[in-house]
Design a protein around this ligand. Sequence first.
Ligand SMILES: NC(=O)c1ccc[n+]([C@@H]2O[C@H](COP(=O)([O-])OP(=O)(O)OC[C@H]3O[C@@H](n4cnc5c(N)ncnc54)[C@H](OP(=O)(O)O)[C@@H]3O)[C@@H](O)[C@H]2O)c1
Length: 321
Amino acid sequence: MVSPPTNASNGEVAVFGGQSGDITRNDDLLAGSRHQSFAEAVSCLGTPRMAGATDRAGENERTMLDREGIARLHDLTGRVALVTGGSRGIGLAVAQAFAAQGAKVVVSSRKARACDEAAAAIQEAGGEALSVAAHVGEPEDLRNLVATAVKSFGGIDVLVNNAANPLALPIGEITAEAFAKSFEVNVRGPLFLFQACLEHLLDSEHAAVVNVISAGAFLHTPGGSLYGAGKAALLHFTRSMAAEFADQGIRVNALAPGPTDTTMVRKTGSRAAASMAQSTRLKRLAEVDEMVGAVLYLASDASSYMTGQCLTVDGGLVPAR
Ligand SMILES: NC(=O)c1ccc[n+]([C@@H]2O[C@H](COP(=O)([O-])OP(=O)(O)OC[C@H]3O[C@@H](n4cnc5c(N)ncnc54)[C@H](OP(=O)(O)O)[C@@H]3O)[C@@H](O)[C@H]2O)c1
């Protein structure tokens, strides 16, 4: 374990990345941040604390996280979350979970009817949801998606770039058209949607972006190079977005799912799906709800000190290769 250097005389912690010899107190550093501090995030809803639950560690008095505090970290009450590919599969599970956590959810995919049905199901369960059809590969659709979301819900706090094109071809058969089709949806779409959301994310005190990539960004799979390269590109954009907007209060992270039981996998056929399941350490496909915890973590204040990272939720697929 590597411990940060301390000033032996007063116990203050030197912060990595500062000027040489620069010993800076964390309080001072937090004061200038556009991000809501961790303590503010935990206490913002005002639930009473556990009596006497304070921890005195030197001069850093803090209130211990109690059950309500931990729940508040995952609470999305009042936040507006836009989920592409929210009409089925992983995106639908995420949209439903966000709504259950109090978010106003914008469900988007190409098919208006599928979006309407997903939004109606969320509303029936007591959540707030809006249906907006949009093709992620069409820049005009993306502008309309953001404008409609903001007109109805007043802003955007959370963006989940989840929709994707699964086009698979051997390298020798990739055409210019196939390349364009894949990258328009898997790379250009998430980038332009982030751009279209930018002014609203900058206005948010809880701005969080989750780009859904794939374990396939890290591995070779037969026919999977086009898809994998696009997902690897989106991971790079994730890191660049995080770096360029960290000081303006926008956190950007990625989720890399492994093989998950959705239409995307079922369409490859039962033999291919079984083979994908066997390639994981856990020897099974994921259920869509097994992606929810990671996305909720990345979208909420629970991950307030995390940006530019990728969470791989793949049943041990990448470590197994
Ligand atoms: N399932 C897996 O094993 C797996 C593994 C790794 C990563 N992922 C990633 O997880 C994400 C979700 O995948 P999934 O398995 O849940 O897929 P899915 O069940 O096939 O759902 C895809 C969703 O995206 C929408 N969509 C597709 N193309 C679109 C486009 N051009 N514009 C807008 N919406 C579009 C679909 O609705 P419409 O048809 O109405 O457009 C649907 O809502 C994707 O980014 C995928 O790459 C999945």
